[in-house]
Design a protein around this ligand. Structure first.
Ligand code: NAP
Length: 263
């Protein structure tokens, strides 16, 4: 299937590793121009170079914090300067800490809102006007399976990501007539540093080995295994493509069947 991504300009946020990196690699392999960001300069540059080497595409990178509106604005301006426009914007950030409700401070709640909701708002505010003018755009946010079925111990994620679902659904309504689609992709257990961190925390809390936790995670998934970042990235590439023009306002779970709901 030709996804029609050749020559499209794509931003992938928080993409020095994990799911963001896999998405950037997949879009570059499909022929898109790529811009990535993350906070740690050395990691971000290294990933940009690795994607350039594996795909032959030039990758623009910047070290920014997506919780800072001015950083996001400057990054998008740099992408527009280099590539002329932004066609596809995949918003992403790290995950909030795993804690019980009474252990979480007010500052941690605010930080989670900044990290996972406001970062998506900041990108949407700066990329949508250009997409609207050109009558074509794809805005995709990486959320979590927790938007469909809350995950125990992840109350910050369960709460804040629900707000992004509302944001995306409403933007889809507002910008649909402009040829722009707005969707979210919800990962299930996928092998990245974030999952390693969660497994380590759960193992310490339960007094069992990390291997035991990974076994339990796998057993809870109908596919009976943890997902690979490239499996997640394939779904995002499809949503970003020409082929997905009539897929709008939805959340696609890439979770091996973990969410048990009918829809
Ligand atoms: P990861 O492997 O920990 O990677 C996170 C990436 O985000 C890194 O490149 C990190 O680089 C960057 N980042 C973090 N905070 C940032 C900030 N404030 N500004 C800019 N970049 C930032 O995580 P992942 O597994 O890819 O997860 C991506 C998202 O999916 C997270 O929100 C996670 O909670 C969610 N998720 C993951 C899974 C899973 O199983 N992997 C399941 C459900 C949901 P720097 O640290 O250098 O900034």
């Amino acid at each position: 299937m030709d996804l029609g991504l050749k020559g499209r300009v794509a931003i992938v946020a928080a993409a020095s590793k994990g799911l963001g990196r896999a998405v950037a690699e997949e879009l570059a392999r499909e022929g898109a121009e790529i811009a990535i960001c993350a906070r740690t300069p050395a990691d971000t540059e290294k990933t940009a170079k690795a994607i350039e080497a594996s795909t032959g595409r030039a990758v623009l990178w910047q070290a920014i914090d997506v919780t800072r509106a001015e950083d996001v604005q400057a990054f998008v301006a740099a992408v527009e300067k280099q590539f002329g426009r932004v066609d596809i914007c995949v918003t992403n950030a790290g995950g909030p800490p795993s804690k019980k409700f009474l252990e979480i401070s007010i500052e941690e709640w605010r930080a989670a809102v900044d990290l996972n909701l406001m970062s998506a708002v900041f990108f949407a505010r700066v990329v949508l006007p250009g997409m609207q003018q050109r009558k074509w755009g794809r805005l995709i946010t990486i959320t979590s399976m927790s938007v469909k079925q809350p995950v125990d111990g992840l109350i910050l994620s369960n709460s804040v990501r629900a707000a992004i679902t509302g944001l995306a659904r409403t933007l889809a309504n507002e910008f649909g007539a402009d040829g722009i689609t707005v969707n979210n992709v919800a990962p299930g257990y996928t092998l990245t540093d974030r999952l390693e961190e969660l497994a380590t925390k759960r193992a310490a809390d339960a007094g069992v080995s990390r291997e035991k936790i990974f076994e339990q995670m796998s057993a809870s998934v109908p596919a009976r295994r943890i997902g690979r970042p490239e499996e997640f990235a394939a779904a995002v590439a499809f949503l970003a493509s020409e082929r997905a023009g009539y897929l709008n306002g939805t959340t696609i779970a890439v979770d091996g069947g973990w969410v048990r709901s009918l829809l």
